[in-house]
Design a protein around this ligand. Structure first.
Ligand code: ZN
Length: 329
């Protein structure tokens, strides 16, 4: 069920921007709700400014469609894949799936960018801009509308919580003592790249061998288990459900590895609730949720007791509300 959004509480029109490795999606909304939406394939050629220019053109196009001047937008919120680097204190994107200079020629990207400026050019054009990594933005959405709130009409956002996306990649957003953690470059929560093992069958897109994302993400299944006939996550889970003993053993292994990450962040941060979403988890949550809960509960009860693992309250739509959460009052 979509969340009830208090559009009437917006002080003015806002733009929500979602930057991913494959597409950039923009929406302009005001007190009446969403007024215009546009999506394009992520710009990856030309100068490093191409991505910011694409965002501006999509935002301005949406604003125009809604009958607004670009400088009439009160806020622009950007939820972007990471990692980020800072240049003079402002966020630039340094994602290996967009910036060809980082990935090297083997990746085949049509550019040699080391980073793509985002915040500086947008700040020149719009009144207020907030850029966050998509794990943090998704956490904000779950705290505002999803599972990271107390129950009831007077519900409030939890103070000690995390959102974990288990999808093609792994993303995390973290909140402790009521503060959403951002870190020195806005990269807090890149826990998908925490090291787990040195076993060589797991190469991550980031270059690590044996990090969490390389072991359990949706795109890891074909690479690790394709030779055994499990060509993607969907086929692996389908065969596990059909009673294939090997498939079930792999599912158990993936859940244990992910469950240990949940334990590690709980042990580090003393969390009260972790919400899990993302396409791999969401479609298999009946299999995965009890396994994640069991793995967390198996370790050091004084640290893990009182920390729940739950399915995302916004279900498969968490990402759709991430940028909006950055511009709401
Ligand atoms: Zn990695």
């Amino acid at each position: 069920m979509p969340p009830e959004i208090a559009w009437h509480r917006l002080a003015g029109p806002v733009a929500c921007v979602d930057v991913g490795g494959t597409k950039v999606a923009v929406a302009v909304a005001d007190r009446q709700g969403v007024r215009a939406q546009r999506t394009e394939a992520t710009a990856k050629s030309g100068t490093p400014m191409a991505l910011a220019e694409q965002i501006q053109s999509l935002v301005d196009g949406c604003a125009h469609e809604a009958g607004l001047a670009p400088d009439g937008l009160l806020r622009v919120g950007v939820s972007s894949c990471g990692p980020f680097v800072l240049s003079q204190g402002l966020i630039e994107l340094a994602a290996p799936n967009i910036c060809g200079g980082l990935a090297g020629p083997a990746r085949g990207l049509p550019n040699n960018w080391m980073s793509a400026p985002i915040e500086a050019p947008l700040r020149q054009r719009y009144r207020a801009v907030r850029v966050e990594n998509d794990g943090i933005a998704a956490l904000e959405a779950e705290r505002r509308w999803g599972a990271l709130r107390t129950q009831g009409a007077q519900g409030r956002a939890l103070s000690h919580c995390a959102y974990v996306t288990w999808s093609t990649g792994i993303g995390v957003g973290l909140c402790v003592d009521g503060h959403v953690l951002r870190g020195k470059n806005g990269n807090a929560g890149h826990a998908g790249h925490m090291y787990v093992t040195s076993h060589g069958d797991a190469l991550c897109g980031c270059g690590n061998v044996g990090d969490l994302e390389a072991l359990v993400a949706g795109n890891a299944v074909a690479r690790r288990f394709g030779a055994e006939g499990f060509t993607d996550a969907e086929s692996l889970f389908a065969q596990a459900r059909a009673g294939n003993v090997r498939a079930l053993a792999i599912v158990d292994e993936l859940a244990v590895t992910m469950g240990r990450m949940l334990y590690n962040i709980t042990a580090s941060l003393d969390l009260e609730r972790i919400s899990v979403g993302g396409s791999v988890f969401w479609h298999q949550r009946d299999l995965l949720l009890p396994r994640l809960q069991a793995e967390l509960a198996r370790h050091l009860p004084p640290l893990t007791r009182g920390c729940e693992v739950v399915a995302a309250g916004l279900g498969p739509q968490v990402g759709d509300y991430a940028a909006l959460a950055l511009v709401m009052d």
